[in-house]
Design a protein around this ligand. Structure first.
Ligand SMILES: Cc1cc2nc3c(=O)[nH]c(=O)nc-3n(C[C@H](O)[C@H](O)[C@H](O)COP(=O)(O)OP(=O)(O)OC[C@H]3O[C@@H](n4cnc5c(N)ncnc54)[C@H](O)[C@@H]3O)c2cc1C
Length: 385
């Protein structure tokens, strides 16, 4: 065997699992295979303070590129500062953390196939381990029906301080276009700011130029002028219907899927860091560390999680199917009037039954006749709209 565990793909899910395994198994040989030529600073992953446990804050601390004590949201009829902290982690820093922990990464390693005990690279190299995980990113399949969160972000180094003290995770005071639209602003330094134009849309079509121009217009309207230093784009899945049991039946053999590939993301935000941390802890705690033992535990975790997330998928169906695009922001505006601890549990994926009741009580966010067709999930999985 070449390693104790091989992780296909060196993205977010694999990295967090590798770090968690290293923490409990100092002598384990952990091998990551990624097709990229080497670490890059192209990606940042953000999360809310309460999303992860204190020990993870300590573990990821050296990889953070931004860390703020609070955040805010803005809507046409309501703005609010939220007391939860917000942090952003950079991909280069995460790769450095792996190196420092003695986790081996083979760069420029395009995987051809993964099996339950081996990985074969495009150049024919074969590597073996008793545990093989597949974290090569999202792969569309029949067990997940999604809408889309699309965005283009431009990071600029401003000629003068921008004056934004904290992240604005949603500024929905902008004209509503292509579904629910908001601008996301991260002030990395007093002069550096990321401005991201985001849309919750029915279709996956994304015009980079149009969204980039909108982000720049937003910057100009705030008086921020300067040089573009980085750009990011994403089309994230927003879950409308999911059949986790069907997915895991299709993956009863071979490597264990992790991360977006296993549908492990927050149904409403498309973000995966909070659940990826939970999965990392679960896998690090699995004995023996074999493909089958990990599959058994992750399968039951993922299926339970998908059951718990039913409510969030229903909210998504109401947003995407029950509400005309220009009106969608009203659901979010209403949500952000709720108590802060509930909002924190929502992002962390820990809603209680009382929270769920609280979200849907009061004046219905959409008319009952529009909400009723959104209730069942199964028709979407059968291809009915
Ligand atoms: C621009 C952008 C911003 C995002 N921001 C956030 C955020 O702020 N917070 C958050 O929680 N989520 C965020 N997400 C959503 C989601 O959490 C990320 O997409 C996350 O990186 C998914 O993790 P993953 O490990 O499943 O896949 P990835 O992190 O995408 O990792 C997949 C890895 O597999 C490698 N790979 C693929 N195919 C092969 C192959 N054949 N051989 C070898 N290697 C291969 C890729 O090079 C890549 O490194 C963002 C997504 C995008 C696209």
């Amino acid at each position: 065997m070449n390693a104790d565990i091989i992780l296909g793909g060196g993205g977010l899910a694999s990295s967090l699992i590798a770090l968690a395994v290293r923490a409990v198994r100092p002598k384990a040989r952990i091998l990551i295979l990624d097709r990229a030529a080497g670490p890059s600073d192209s990606h940042t992953w953000s999360f809310h303070g309460p999303d992860i446990a204190p020990e993870w804050h300590v573990r990821l601390g050296p990889a953070l590129v931004g860390n703020w004590p609070d955040q805010e949201v803005r809507f046409p009829a309501h703005a609010r500062r939220l007391r939860a902290g917000y942090s952003s982690m950079g991909s280069e820093g995460l790769a450095r953390l792996r190196d420092k922990a003695g986790i081996e990464t083979l760069w420029s390693s395009e995987i051809a196939t993964l099996g339950r005990d081996r990985a074969v690279l495009r150049d024919g190299t074969e590597l073996t381990a008793p545990a093989i995980l597949d974290g090569r990113g999202a792969q569309p399949g029949p067990h997940l029906v999604t809408g889309f969160q699309k965005f283009v972000g431009i990071e600029i180094e401003c000629d003068a301080p921008h004056g934004i003290p904290r992240p604005v995770i949603m500024d929905a005071t902008v004209p509503q276009q292509d579904g629910y639209r908001f601008i996301y602003v991260l002030p990395f330094t007093p002069t550096r700011v990321l401005i991201e134009d985001t849309r919750y849309s029915d279709g996956a079509g994304l015009s980079d130029n149009e969204l980039a121009a909108e982000a720049m217009d937003y910057a100009a309207s705030r008086g921020w002028r300067g040089q573009e230093v980085r750009r990011e784009r994403g089309i994230l899945p927003i879950a409308l219907a999911q059949d986790a049991a069907g997915f895991w039946n299709d993956h009863a053999d071979g490597p264990v899927p992790i991360g977006l590939r296993a549908g492990l993301f927050h149904p409403v935000t498309g973000y995966s860091l909070p659940v990826a941390v939970q999965v990392a802890d679960l896998i690090a705690d699995t004995q023996p560390m074999t493909t089958e033992a990990i599959r058994a535990r992750l399968r039951s975790f993922a299926q339970r999680r998908a059951r718990e997330d039913r409510f969030l998928r229903l909210l998504n169906r109401m947003l995407f199917r029950g509400c005309p695009g220009p009106e969608r922001y009203r659901l979010l505006e209403r949500f952000y009037r709720l108590p802060e601890p509930l909002i924190e549990r929502f992002y962390a994926g820990r809603l209680t039954w009382a929270d769920r009741a609280r979200i849907v009580t009061g004046k219905p966010p959409i008319p009952i006749r529009a909400a009723l067709p959104c209730l069942p999930e199964a028709p979407l999985l059968k291809g009915e709209t």
